[in-house]
Design a protein around this ligand. Structure first.
Ligand SMILES: CC(C)(COP(=O)(O)OP(=O)(O)OC[C@H]1O[C@@H](n2cnc3c(N)ncnc32)[C@H](O)[C@@H]1OP(=O)(O)O)[C@@H](O)C(=O)NCCC(=O)NCCSC(=O)/C=C/CCCCCCCCCCCCC(=O)O
Length: 719
């Protein structure tokens, strides 16, 4: 709703009230329409201020309403009526003015922002465009290039940048509403002719076609199939080329196609999923709102390889005091230099001083004795990790949380090496750890809720999207990745090429296909894991047994490449060839194609034509099937957790909502039918056997994803 009062004798003050972000729900829109009418009709009122309660102007349209019948006064005429008012209307912007919130402010005649406010038109991130006049008013106000940048990226700008761009008229450090009221008093009675943005001519850049072609090309390249950024460019082009009313028609038309699109649904789902994972729970019943984190002032990192360095940087950047330990002297020296460089570059980018003094280095594990939390980040070697956890348990002060950055190993086993297993959790970062947003917080059977709460809070402080998951081999992300990678190898055996598989996945929206990612991260990483699992034994690589290991189909292709020293980019050869070791540009490799032909001939395999549809179905549906197993096993609390992990950690295209959301969009019955089909064709691939939970969901009428938790709960209660 909106509250009305008259202040300072002649200013009508309208306060938006819809906690927590004053979203423009139907009730708020009704409130605005009514209070604006009242302010304009009261003779004593000479000017109007619109503000939001609790220090936030407005977070935009109410996203939850998009899924239902939109009733109540529409935004466009409401904002138009404000702009057309014959009394000056001033927006007092505190906190955020985003989306429809900023569009409302653009309808006002003046905008005054607090210095800490953030402004933006983030609709594109929700699969939409600013359809309350934003695409038509903003270019008229700040010019086409700047408007294109804000609207196609959805980025939030600071008040200082907004002032520089001309989005706001004044920035204040004082009470914004008081400043706006004072300003409103000063402009009462003045002409508004020059203050109605919709009447401004849109500045027309001389190189209009070149400008729009360039932006469109950039947007298409980075958006990888996302439709909203393209529509945003088209809408701004309408502002630059058409009169305002026709531009508004075009904005409406483009919005209509986006509004009901699957991409908009996926992106809005992601918005809420990202927030839902913060409300974590454990099978014991412990929850985010009943578990109190302990403050962490001093953190330590053990092992300064690539992961450890990134984690140390991320910790130092949050302002913590960090102890970085590496027992190998040469590695320690190199790490010191590398970490300082990373901190300096990061600080330069963010325009702050580097937190170089926040980190101390040591070659001795004793140095972590007074840390509140330690993150072990040594090689994926259980024997080494066991030893470190034993040492940590002896060295650290009582109550220190002991975390492991393992990407797959057993957290319970590591906890059993310590005197206080309740203090042990996994903190699985993704490389590069100071850049990637995802953090899997892995609770073991004995992890205390406080340990989980502390790791989750620390993740949040580090700017990560943290997801609490249970303990199993590979946790959520890597466990699902295994069948996906395996299918990619099988497809090569059956006749596909790395190029074909990667193209299918990249056209689906992944930034990189599976083979290009494998070349980037190093083929030897998976080889080492397979060797550890007793799968990649060289003597097994001949004869029939080469393709059946541990009773199931196995492809030794990756192992064979590693045996040839083809580790990917770092050696200049992998699934592709590169111009030199460390080269980045993947080129098709004739050697690899001959190698695949020879391999097939050796194993009596006849190459067949494989299309992109089969690549997608086989790679993605086995990954999704494993996701259902993860839900069934209670390793992830809900589909949102899995989807957030895949979007933030594995490059799953956000506009497809994550694997479980994608399955719900494809239709669970279809996913089930295709898995059954492929399982029949490949009975030696157990991953293809459809999960019981998937069958259950289909049998219960394929409920929407928001209702899967009920089915899972029922399933668990019956076990
Ligand atoms: C920065 C924030 C505002 C605050 O951040 P923070 O303090 O960290 O808090 P959060 O945890 O993020 O959020 C707190 C809770 O609030 C919920 N929330 C936040 N914003 C919204 C919102 N806009 N709507 C609903 N709920 C919101 C959030 O989910 C949290 O609750 P919970 O934990 O999930 O329970 C930050 O929140 C933020 O960034 N918010 C989003 C800002 C944003 O993206 N705004 C843009 C919204 S879209 C918009 O404004 C669009 C405008 C134009 C619309 C025009 C409509 C016309 C419709 C025409 C249709 C025509 C089609 C016809 C088709 C046909 O023919 O049928």
């Amino acid at each position: 709703m909106a509250q009305y009062s008259c202040v300072s004798g002649s200013v009508g003050l309208i306060t938006l009230k819809n906690p927590p972000v004053n979203a423009l729900s139907a009730a708020v829109r009704h409130g605005i329409v009514d209070t604006v009418k009242r302010a304009l009709s009261e003779p004593k009122v000479k000017s109007v201020v619109i503000c939001g309660q609790n220090g936030i102007f407005c977070g935009g349209a109410d996203i939850r309403e998009f899924a239902s019948d939109m009733s109540g006064p529409p935004l466009v005429p409401m904002i138009h009526a404000i702009e057309a008012a014959n009394k000056p209307v001033v927006a007092a912007i505190e906190g955020s003015a985003l989306g429809g919130g900023l569009e409302l402010a653009l309808g006002c005649h003046y905008r005054i922002a607090h210095s800490k406010a953030k402004l933006g038109l983030p609709e594109v991130t929700l699969g939409l465009l600013p359809a309350a006049g934003g695409t038509q008013r903003l270019p008229r106000l700040i010019g086409v290039p700047a408007a294109l940048n804000l609207i196609t990226t959805g980025r939030h700008v600071t008040a200082a940048e907004a002032l520089q761009l001309g989005v706001v008229d004044q920035v204040t450090d004082q009470n914004t509403v008081d400043a706006a009221v004072k300003f409103a008093l000063s402009v009462a009675g003045q002409s508004l002719d020059a203050r109605r943005i919709s009447t401004y001519p849109c500045p027309r850049p001389s190189d209009l076609d070149a400008l729009f072609d360039g932006v469109m090309q950039k947007v298409r390249q980075s958006a990888r199939g996302a439709i909203a950024p393209v529509a945003c460019v088209q809408a701004v082009r309408a502002a630059a080329t058409l009169p305002y009313t026709q531009g508004m028609e075009r904005e409406k038309e483009l919005m209509a196609t986006l509004f009901t699109s699957g991409q908009a649904r996926a992106l809005q789902y992601c918005f809420f999923a990202q927030r839902a994972v913060g409300r974590w729970s454990m099978p014991s019943g412990a929850r985010w709102d009943t578990s109190k984190p302990r403050p962490v002032h001093k953190a330590a990192v053990i092992g300064l390889g690539t992961m450890g360095r990134g984690i140390a940087v991320a910790l130092a950047q949050t302002g913590l005091s960090v102890v970085a330990v590496e027992t190998q002297e040469k590695q320690l020296m190199e790490a010191k230099q590398a970490v300082s460089g990373m901190l300096e570059r990061g600080a330069k980018r963010r325009g702050v001083a580097p937190a170089l003094d926040g980190i101390s280095y040591s070659g001795n594990i004793q140095a972590v004795a007074d840390a509140d939390l330690v993150i072990e980040a040594v090689f994926e070697d259980m024997t080494l990790k066991e030893k470190i956890f034993q040492q940590l348990s002896a060295v650290c002060k009582p109550g220190t949380f002991l975390c492991t950055n393992t990407s797959a190993l057993d957290v319970d086993h590591l906890a059993s090496q310590t005197r206080n297993p309740e203090l042990v959790v996994g903190m699985h970062f993704f490389a590069p750890a100071h850049v990637m947003k995802l953090l899997e917080v892995v609770y073991g059977t004995r992890s205390s809720p406080q340990a989980v709460a502390t790791a989750m809070q620390l993740g949040k402080k580090m700017g990560k999207v943290s997801v609490a998951v249970g303990n199993c081999r590979g946790f959520v992300g890597n466990r699902m990745l295994k069948p996906y990678l395996e299918q990619a190898f099988f497809l090569l055996e059956e006749g596909a090429t790395p190029e074909l598989v990667d193209r299918a996945l990249e056209e689906f929206g992944f930034a990189m296909g599976v083979f290009r990612v494998s070349d980037l991260s190093g083929l030897d990483v998976g080889w080492k894991v397979r060797k550890g699992d007793g799968l990649a034994e060289p003597e097994m690589a001949t004869g029939q047994s080469a393709r059946i290991r541990q009773g199931r189909r196995y492809s030794p292709l990756g192992d064979l490449l590693c045996e040839q020293g083809r580790y990917g980019q770092k050696t200049g050869q992998g699934w592709y060839q590169y111009d030199k070791p460390g080269g980045r540009v993947a080129r098709s490799d004739p050697w690899l194609h001959s190698f695949l032909e020879e391999y097939r001939a050796r194993h009596g395999l006849v190459a067949r034509r494989i299309d992109q549809q089969e690549v997608l179905e086989r790679c993605l549906y086995v990954l999704i099937n494993e996701g259902f197993h993860i839900l069934e096993d209670g390793i992830a609390a809900g589909p949102e957790d899995i989807d957030v992990i895949y979007v933030f950690g594995y490059g799953w295209p956000r506009h497809r909502g994550g694997p479980m959301f994608y399955a719900s969009m494809v239709g669970l019955a279809k996913v089930l039918e295709r898995l059954e089909h492929y399982h029949q064709a490949h009975p030696d691939v157990p991953y293809m056997q459809p999960c019981n939970l998937l069958r259950r969901l289909v049998a219960s009428g394929s409920p929407p994803i928001q209702r899967w938790r009920e089915v899972i709960k029922k399933l668990h209660s019956q076990l």
